[in-house]
Design a protein around this ligand. Structure first.
Ligand code: BES
Ligand code: MN
Ligand code: MN
Length: 462
């Protein structure tokens, strides 16, 4: 396998250019104006998988965006790896905050990426990370050293809740049968310290609506005499955390698993600098639940955050008005054992119960999903660790991630297999933000590390 390095060296310009072409297509799943682009992206992936050596590639239609399925089965007695990724991306807005247009990829050097990083929406999440797997397969088929069977399942609705994928997985258990699932859609600690995500948080996403008077009112004639929906909504939201930043919804913590002192001490050994963290975000202090460290707050603890809030007059100048309605979008990140449907119900009951007289409140659940944990004594984890150790020269650290990939828990339920989260992105890569990027080093390192996972996993499965 040592010739992987020379193969990458020989082909790296093409690898980068192919990714750049893929990033030019604005496959925004949330916005139907981009429907054609999302579908076009699925076709580009299909062609890429065919060229990389899959024996069979299909575009599988679903009630939503298509799923690209590919496979190369070399021997039914060998293990089968199922690679999952997504070809859809987040909306690019606020566009004004990008230094270069989000769908005109460019390579720029940064302090963290001295070898250059590709700037574009989806560069890291997840086109760049997904495409590493396509190029890793190309290498293995071109050099005749694919050690096991492989299946690819690349979807186009991850950023909007993977509804069609759930539909597809429930109907295609046999087609998707596998021994282990491999995903690169998370991050690692740094370019000198790889880590493997051993957990993902669950999610409950809701929208709330507070309605007061039947029309917008003059704030002089009516102000002070009727409930102002915006005042009420902000007060209700403020009451969702107590003075220690605990979430004040009855029952919210009932199923939260508390880590032992040993487990927390183990977590605290991961390299982390609070000063660098604050500096990177230009903040003078961190903020969060009392009694927990920053790394705990964003991984093993559940959260509640307003993601958007609106109502009333926000145009130029001033308008003296009491709006009839106020709205907010709220996400709750959940930890394993918290059931997202139960939490959604708890939120709804509580939020409706704290509404004062004079307004009516509606809670509309959006999507959600369960959290996920994977033990580090399984051979998938061990193979991944061995692969990172070989290519980075240091062992990977297990780390629970704060993000969510809700479909992973569903894979475990429907396909009965564990998922290994081999991420190569960095938290500073600005996924979902303006100026998203992915290090060229990270991209090529991923392509180098993935074939080793195949090799070690196959060897360890014997
Ligand atoms: N790739 C991310 C999730 C992620 C990023 C996990 C970094 C761990 C580290 C994924 O595309 C994502 O954005 N998921 C959404 C949830 C989904 C239901 C919209 C999220 O976490 O907000
Ligand atoms: Mn992603
Ligand atoms: Mn994402």
């Amino acid at each position: 396998m040592d010739n992987i390095k020379s193969y990458i060296n020989q082909h790296k310009d093409r690898f980068i250019n192919e990714l750049i072409e893929l990033l030019k297509i604005p496959s925004i799943s949330a916005d139907s104006a981009f429907k054609k682009d999302v579908i076009k992206t699925s076709e580009v992936i299909k062609t890429a998988l065919e060229k990389a050596g899959c024996d069979l590639v299909e575009i599988c239609e679903t009630p939503g965006y298509p799923i690209v399925y590919g496979e190369k089965i070399i021997d039914p007695n060998l293990p089968t790896i199922l690679v999952y990724g997504h070809y859809d991306v987040q909306p690019a807005d606020p566009i004004d905050l990008w230094d270069s247009p989000p769908f005109e990829p460019i390579i720029k050097k940064t302090e963290i990426h001295p070898e250059g990083a590709i700037f574009a929406r989806g560069a890291c999440d997840d086109k760049g990370q997904m495409y590493m797997h396509v190029k890793a397969l190309e290498y293995m088929t071109a050099n005749n050293n694919l050690p096991c069977n492989v299946k690819f399942m690349i979807e186009g609705e991850e950023e909007v809740g993977s509804e069609s994928l759930a539909w597809f997985v429930e109907r295609n258990q046999e087609k998707l049968a596998n021994d282990i699932i491999l995903i690169s859609d998370t991050g690692m600690i740094s370019n000198t310290q790889p880590s493997i995500s051993t957990g993902l948080r669950g999610l409950s996403y809701v929208e709330v609506e507070v309605t007061g008077p039947n029309r917008d009112l003059h704030s002089g004639l009516y102000g002070g005499a009727v409930a102002n929906p915006i005042n009420v909504l902000t007060k209700m939201i403020a009451s969702l955390h107590d003075e220690n930043n605990h979430i004040a919804i009855p029952g919210f913590y009932d199923n939260v698993e508390n880590l032992s002192a040993e487990e927390r001490a183990e977590m605290a050994r991961a390299p982390f600098s609070l000063d660098d963290y604050k500096k990177a975000l230009d903040i003078d202090a961190v903020y969060g639940e009392k009694g927990y460290t920053t790394n705990e707050r964003n991984s093993i603890r559940p959260t509640l955050d307003v993601n958007g809030i609106w109502g009333g007059y926000i145009g130029e100048g001033a308008k003296t008005v009491i709006a009839s309605q106020a709205f907010a979008k709220i996400s709750m990140r959940l930890v394993p054992n918290q059931d997202w449907k139960e939490i959604t119900e708890l939120f709804k009951t509580h939020f409706e119960s704290i509404a004062p007289k004079g307004v009516s409140v509606k809670v509309k659940p959006h999507h959600g999903g369960q959290g996920y944990v994977t033990p580090i004594d399984n051979i998938g984890y061990k193979a991944a660790n061995k692969a990172y150790t070989k290519t980075f020269g240091v062992e990977a650290i297990p780390q629970r991630s704060g993000g969510s990939i809700p479909i992973v828990a569903l894979f475990e339920k429907e396909l009965k297999s564990k998922t290994i989260l081999m991420g190569f992105g960095l938290d500073s890569d600005a996924i979902h933000s303006p100026n998203e990027h992915f290090g060229v080093f990270n991209y090529l390192k991923g392509i180098e590390t993935i074939p080793l996972f195949y090799k070690y996993y196959t060897e360890m499965s014997k």
